[in-house]
Design a protein around this ligand. Structure first.
Ligand code: HEC
Ligand code: HEC
Length: 264
């Protein structure tokens, strides 16, 4: 599996690049944001990484603060309070001495590590990701986003809400490594000779409900089937790693993360 440690860096570069591309009237602001993020990164690397690891995913001395959902979902004020106060009794120092400006830069960078800090939805990356989703990536053949798309795969409208950039990326490139049996299409032949391929939506001892590739549902008595087999390959293609470039993967990730933001 290619869960890469460099993703965080790549995402950050993406963020910086999108800020840099922002149009004229916001250039001052984006310069500031870029500097703020760089300052947050420096603080993280010198003050936090020694215990939490460079990617925030935890190390010997301190837990994961990049992907654990109870930490990721803490509000900004709650996280800032935590950084200011620390929990010295449990080994997390207080960082009040950094001052509120550096703490707020640090918080922004922490959000990037948590996959929440991507540039806003309107940025070039997310836009290109959206095109890839419907175009070259073919994702929308199987995945619904906000009411448009296919139904074979799960609806991804809210996926970015609960998943980090790394999670999303690994879901895209390692479909075949995800846990779960029967990821493949089911192929049935009925005793009267009909053949249907589709996804099992429900199954019990006596019956199986399939959603066929054309979207129609079929409730079949098992006793009426002469054959029920499953493809070993998952429905979701597992070669995106080679079909899409690094940049394209990041654009898709930005897009899926951005949907959530657009909704707010
Ligand atoms: C000396 C090691 C150390 C350093 C340096 C450190 N932490 Fe921690 N941090 C910890 C430990 C240990 C915990 C777990 C505390 C606990 O169990 O409540 C923790 C917990 C946390 C938590 C989650 C708190 C919770 O409720 O679990 C956050 C967020 C956090 N640290 C952020 C940071 C940030 C940001 C920095 C840099 C400014 C930082 N830490 C620096 C050791 C450290
Ligand atoms: C041929 C259909 C198909 C295509 C094309 C496809 N997927 Fe999927 N995808 C699926 C199915 C089915 C699953 C559920 C697999 C499982 O649970 O093991 C899935 C799972 C996922 C998941 C994890 C969802 C979850 O709930 O855990 C993500 C994220 C995802 N796909 C993104 C994409 C993206 C991005 C693309 C385009 C680059 C894409 N998929 C293309 C069928 C597809």
């Amino acid at each position: 599996m290619r869960r890469c440690g460099t993703c965080v860096a790549v995402v950050l570069v993406g963020v910086l690049a999108s800020y840099a591309q922002t149009s004229g009237h916001t250039i001052e602001r984006s310069k500031q944001s870029t500097q703020a993020l760089a300052s947050g990164k420096r603080t993280f690397e010198s003050s936090c990484a020694p215990c939490h690891g460079l990617n925030g995913k935890g190390a010997e001395r301190a837990p994961d603060i990049a992907t654990r959902s109870e930490i990721v979902k803490l509000s900004d004020p709650a996280t800032l309070k935590l950084l200011r106060d620390g929990t010295p009794a449990k080994g997390m120092p207080s960082f009040a001495e950094l001052g509120s400006a550096r703490l707020s830069d640090l918080l922004n960078y922490l959000r990037v590590l948590q996959g929440k800090g991507q540039a806003p939805a309107s940025t070039a990356n997310g836009e290109r990701g959206k095109e890839l989703f419907a175009g070259k990536g073919g994702c929308s053949q199987c995945h619904m986003v906000q009411g448009t798309g296919g139904f074979l795969g799960p609806d991804l409208s809210e996926y970015g809400e609960s998943h980090s950039a790394d999670d999303i990326r690994s879901a895209i490139v390692s479909a075949d490594k995800r846990p779960g049996v029967r990821k493949g299409l089911a192929n049935v032949t009925t005793k009267d000779g009909r053949q249907i391929s589709g996804l099992v939506r429900n199954e019990d001892n006596f019956s199986v409900q399939l959603q066929a590739l054309d979207g129609t549902f079929h409730l079949l008595e098992k006793s009426s089937l002469s054959e029920l087999t499953f493809d070993s390959a998952p429905v979701m293609p597992s070669d995106y790693d080679s079909r899409l470039s690094e940049a394209e993967l990041n654009q898709l990730v930005s897009y899926l993360l951005s949907i959530r933001k657009a909704k707010r």
